[in-house]
Design a protein around this ligand. Structure first.
Ligand code: ZN
Length: 154
């Protein structure tokens, strides 16, 4: 599985790559040297808006992302790295940790009452404790991911 690291300019892209299931590190306060170091030590491909930074990484270990808009960035990265989605919505969008199943009885107090009544499936981030469920935002996100990655994941 391709592991990624995005630079400070690509926070929104990071969220979407995580939504697609990719292990995507995002360190908004890290300097260039630190990003290069992390990419190397963790075996991540560095995605950056900065062409100069991209050329400082070893060949094949970085990708300069020219697009300024999210859709253009997603399309570019998926095509250049030939990404295939295989575990959508399996990671925390906030901190990148793989989500764990949250039993309904334990979801009480972690999700709004109305959601608890309507939903039967919940997930929890073991790192930041954020709770997830298949709400409307979730389906909209999944539809957009399907549109970008195609149907190859099914
Ligand atoms: Zn989290």
């Amino acid at each position: 599985m391709t592991r990624l690291l995005v630079d400070t300019m690509l926070g929104t892209l990071a969220k979407w790559l995580r939504a697609a299931g990719f292990d995507t590190a995002y360190m908004p306060h890290a300097r260039d040297d630190r990003l290069l170091q992390i990419a190397e030590s963790e075996g991540r491909i560095l995605l950056t808006r900065d062409r100069g930074l991209a050329t400082r990484a070893p060949p094949g270990k970085s990708l300069h992302v020219p697009a300024a808009d999210l859709d253009g960035q997603l399309r570019f990265v998926i095509e250049k790295l030939r990404l295939e989605m295989d575990a959508p919505l399996s990671r925390c969008l906030v901190c990148n940790a793989p989500l764990e199943t949250l039993p309904k009885e334990k979801a009480r107090g972690m999700v709004p009452e109305g959601v608890l009544e309507k939903q039967s499936e919940f997930w929890r981030c073991p790192r930041c404790d954020k709770a997830y469920w298949p709400g409307s935002h979730h389906s909209a996100m999944q539809a957009k991911l399907q549109a970008f990655f195609g149907r190859s994941s099914e």
